[in-house]
Design a protein around this ligand. Structure first.
Ligand SMILES: [Zn+2]
Length: 189
């Protein structure tokens, strides 16, 4: 199922399967499905069979330097770092900013492999360490890390199993992550 041409997309919105259109600007591929990595508009390039998510340009972008946190989508994994596309600074939407998360900035525990902490398609809450592109990010703080993830097997939205694992409510698959542990306000008495 395709989106309408020009339809508004949020990061993580599904566009099509890779056999239909290959991923172009503002998109990424996860298990053969193409998703938007930005807040943008769907543009199917019929000639090149390529799908793009054209990001909205927002003038007067909040300065990233002093931001307490940003939100971004993991668009690729390298041996020791994850590529991240920032789409929001604190809660203000921004045009996409290229960033990366180095394995040393995930936690104080030793990690063999960055894939134990983040996967392609995850939405992460991270803190910028500088303001030069690509922006270096950290998720070492307790309230930073993965905030949204899909199951690698069936694509269902994962739920928290414990502080270090997510579980798929559909197929039961359990995967490790550096999860953002956000404080939940306790209500009532
Ligand atoms: Zn699953």
């Amino acid at each position: 199922m395709l989106r309408r041409q020009g339809e508004i997309l949020l990061p993580g919105d599904e566009l099509n399967v890779i056999e239909e259109f290959i991923p172009g600007e503002g998109t990424y591929d996860f298990n053969g499905v193409v998703y938007s990595s930005v807040v943008g508009k769907a543009f199917y390039d019929m000639i090149n069979r390529k799908v793009n998510s054209i990001a909205f340009k927002r003038p007067g972008v909040t300065t990233i330097k002093k931001a307490k946190y940003v939100l971004g989508v993991v668009t690729g994994l390298r041996e020791d770092s994850a590529l991240v596309n920032i789409y929001s600074i604190e809660d203000k939407q921004t045009e996409p900013i290229t960033a990366y998360l180095h394995i040393s900035q995930i936690s104080n525990k030793y990690l063999n492999n960055i894939g134990e902490a983040v996967k392609v398609g995850d939405i992460i809450r991270a803190k910028p360490l500088n303001s030069t592109i690509p922006i270096a990010l950290t998720v070492k703080q307790r309230d930073l890390g993965v905030v949204y993830s899909r199951c690698s097997i069936c694509g269902t939205k994962m739920v928290k199993q414990d502080e270090e694992h997510l579980r798929c409510p559909n197929c039961g698959n359990i995967e490790p992550r550096k999860i953002a542990l956000l404080q939940v306000k306790k209500g009532g008495s």
